[in-house]
Ligand binder design. Structure first.
Ligand code: OAD
Length: 261
């Protein structure tokens, strides 16, 4: 394991990160809301991170939905509406370029993009192998029967009900106090434990179990690179920090990697 590398010199940090990527065959990436900030989507924590005075934890739990489903649906309908016009940004596209590079490595190459985001922008950019740990805003499901569907970002009623059984519909996202989808989580944990380089992009790294993947990668001996304008809980746990917005830093990193060697 490498100790925390505290560098204000972005240029040499980019060189170091490109070197690590150059030497890796298996790469995994964990993304959070910050990667979509430059697409105009609000992050959850920090300035502007509150939603009409509610903490995300207060509108994203099963008990909040039981208490006030209209409020919870207003939150999710607003997020779904924002996605009708949001476009992937250069950070999303740089991750597609990394996938193109590592997924076609002749021997043993692998690229796994693990996201906490529910906005679908990685797929919209062209990423192929995306593990959505927290579900997707495109999908809705019934609280009473097995109905589940990809409804895109079509406008739903304020409080949508199931046409089959009449029960309330809910977004197919993971709320606090709920389990992550087991198969997706297992794949994410496996890819993380087996990678040689792990990128942590645009996440405050406070929500578990997703944030625990950073420890998994580090404990397995992977080089950890964090891309974030701010230091986070992830930064304290070792690795190399590339300080800046991912829409700027990721394309620079991809460029460095192409120039390497
Ligand atoms: P947060 O809002 O907690 O953190 C966003 C991070 O993005 C912060 O560390 C910012 O510094 C960083 N950031 C801001 N602008 C950026 C930019 N242009 N480029 C790169 N980074 C930038 O969001 P998450 O860590 O994704 O869960 O939150 C994790 C989970 O908490 C979410 O998936 C959601 C939320 O509650 C559920 O809904 C279950």
């Amino acid at each position: 394991m490498h100790p925390p590398i505290d560098t204000d010199d972005l240029d040499s940090a980019l060189d170091q990160a490109a070197e690590w990527l150059w030497n890796a065959r298996r790469v995994a990436v964990l993304t959070g809301a910050g990667v979509s900030a430059e697409s105009g989507l609000a992050t959850f924590r920090g300035a502007g991170g509150l939603w009409e005075g509610h903490r995300i934890e207060d509108v994203a739990t099963p008990s909040a939905f039981r208490r006030n489903p209209t409020l919870v649906w207003r939150f999710y309908n607003a997020r779904r509406a924002a996605l009708r016009t949001a476009q992937p940004n250069p950070g999303h596209r740089a991750l597609v370029a990394l996938e193109d590079r590592f997924a076609r490595e002749p021997s043993d190459g692998q690229f796994t993009l693990i996201t906490q985001n529910v906005d679908g922008l990685h797929q919209a950019a062209g990423s192929r192998r995306v593990l959505e740990l927290h579900g997707s805003l495109r999908r809705i499901r019934c609280t009473g029967c097995a109905y589940k569907a990809d409804r895109g970002y079509e406008e739903l009623t304020e409080l949508p009900h199931c046409e089959t059984c009449g029960e309330l519909l809910r977004p197919d996202v993971v709320w606090f106090e709920e389990m992550l989808p087991a198969e997706t989580w297992n794949e994410a944990a496996k890819a993380t434990a087996g990678c040689q380089c792990f990128l942590v992009v645009g996440t405050s790294a406070v929500v578990y179990p997703a944030a625990g993947l950073i420890d998994t990668a580090r404990d397995a001996g992977a080089c950890v690179i964090e891309i974030n304008p701010e230091a986070t809980f992830a930064s304290r746990r070792g690795g190399l920090g590339l300080r800046g917005p991912s829409g700027v830093i990721l394309p620079q990193l991809v460029q460095r990697l192409s120039n390497h060697g």
